[in-house]
Design a protein around this ligand. Structure first.
Ligand SMILES: Nc1ncnc2c1ncn2[C@@H]1O[C@H](COP(=O)(O)OP(=O)(O)O)[C@@H](O)[C@H]1O
Ligand SMILES: [Mg+2]
Length: 428
């Protein structure tokens, strides 16, 4: 019998044909499967090896797989942080010719973790707040792009460490809808309410399972998303009026947005007829202010807060070595070659899967700070580095590819070092 397997993919990887599509996903042999932590889901999702990478395979219906694939592609084009869709596979049949479910294949998002795998024993209130803040920022970005999510939750989000904070990525776009003309306030409120209720439920589940710190209040934390969302939304989109003698307030608004990690692509400025009042309103904002500057100067691709941290180090390098009057690009090149790259090269090969380079650098800077405080002297970077490698990095679990329980419906606790700000404290 000839199989009429059908693969839709923008970046056709022939290795896709090597996966055992004629078997139901739950029967795939171990050799194909990558054991990585996974969030709670409706469908069966498993991770598989494909050409040296890992992909997530979700068994679902034909329409759902196609729809989610297209939606994720659109979101990628809109530059919203989300998982990268790779293929849709339909017309699957087993050896007996029985129909099998269609699948959506996405690339496994490297260094990302589902929220339940981000903490070891119990979720602490401050970590929960950081997760919720990251999700609020993601939701604002989605809404600015006209995307109504419909199922906002911690389980439908992946998190990457971002210099003490987290960066959130959308993983499940199944319920999403894109509105060309943007979202109404009602639609945004609707999503926000879904987020609040889902997060409260997820945190209560943790509580019931003994996995939440006793100081964590699910209601307070889940209400936090509403507050974080609203203040961000206001800052990013709100209109502001002032007397025309206070024109500096335009620059101030731009600076505030830059600090939040956004660039203004378009700003509407209106004056009243008599010219006494000025009204400004950001029209198009673009996330990634520090990311872009870092990329432009050094070619490094980092998360927003990591980029901020690296740029700070670059600025202090420039101040320390009297490079202020030099060309910015030149100093950046020097810093990269003399500071950043030597650090990353010194990380023993077997430890490189533990954390992203930019995160390692951020943690190293913190480590040096703690050491210096402790010993009341300026600890040189090289000295801090060997201490960091031996006392911190070596003891971390790999985050590029976490090897733990065999896949299945796993939502397990894996032994991990807890929230970032604790990890690098010196164990004296
Ligand atoms: N590309 C991916 N990278 C990393 N993890 C993924 C990826 N796709 C799915 N997952 C994991 O699988 C889980 C379930 O995926 P999801 O799309 O939410 O399925 P469902 O539609 O059944 O809810 C997610 O919470 C996440 O942990
Ligand atoms: Mg889901």
């Amino acid at each position: 019998m000839t199989s009429s397997l059908s693969i839709t993919s923008a970046t056709a990887d022939p290795a896709l044909l090597d996966l055992p599509w004629q078997l139901p996903l739950d029967l795939w042999p171990d050799q194909y499967i990558a054991a990585l932590p996974k969030g709670i889901s409706r469908h069966l999702v498993r991770f598989a090896h494909l050409s040296g990478h890992v992909v997530a395979v979700k068994e679902t219906t034909d329409e759902m797989a196609k729809r989610e694939y297209e939606m994720l592609r659109t979101l990628q084009r809109l530059d919203v942080p989300c998982v990268d869709p790779l293929a849709v596979i339909t017309n699957r049949t087993d050896a007996e010719g029985e129909e099998l479910r269609s699948v959506l294949v996405t690339r496994h998002l490297k260094f990302s973790l589902p929220y339940r795998a981000l903490f070891s024993q119990q979720l602490r209130p401050d970590t929960a707040t950081r997760l919720v803040d990251a999700l609020a920022l993601l939701l604002v970005r989605l809404h600015i792009s006209g995307f109504f999510w419909g199922d906002v939750s911690l389980s439908n989000t992946l998190f990457r460490r971002d210099a003490g904070a987290f960066a959130a990525y959308l993983v499940d776009a199944e319920t999403g809808q894109l509105f060309e003309g943007g979202l109404s306030n009602g639609q945004r409120e609707n999503d926000l309410e879904i987020a609040r209720v889902n997060i409260a439920g997820e945190l209560m589940d943790l509580e019931a399972g003994g996995r939440a710190d006793e100081d964590l209040d699910p209601v307070t934390v889940s209400n936090g998303i509403v507050a974080a969302y609203r203040s961000l939304w206001k800052e990013l989109t709100g209109a502001e009026s002032f007397n025309s003698s206070e024109r500096w307030r335009i620059n101030e608004r731009v600076d505030r947005l830059n600090d939040l990690g956004f660039d203004i692509e378009e700003l509407a400025i209106k004056t009243t007829e008599d010219g006494t009042t000025v009204r400004i309103q950001p029209k198009v904002v673009d996330a990634g202010h520090h990311q872009r500057r870092l990329l432009r100067l050094t070619g490094l691709d980092a998360q927003e807060n990591q980029a901020r941290r690296l740029l700070n180090d670059l600025d202090s390098y420039s101040a320390k070595y009297g490079r202020k009057e030099f060309d910015e690009e030149m100093v950046a090149h020097e810093w990269l070659a003399r500071v950043f790259e030597p650090v990353i090269r010194s990380i023993p090969r077997e430890l490189r899967g533990k954390l992203e380079p930019a995160e390692v650098f951020h943690q190293l800077l913190d480590h040096r700070w703690y050491m210096s405080q402790d010993q009341n002297r300026d600890v040189p970077l090289a000295e801090a580095l060997s201490s960091y490698i031996d006392t911190v990095l070596r003891h971390r679990r790999d985050e590029a590819t976490v090897i733990d329980p065999p896949t299945g419906a796993i939502t397990m606790a894996i032994p991990i070092v807890d929230a970032p700000d604790e990890d690098w404290r010196l164990k004296v």
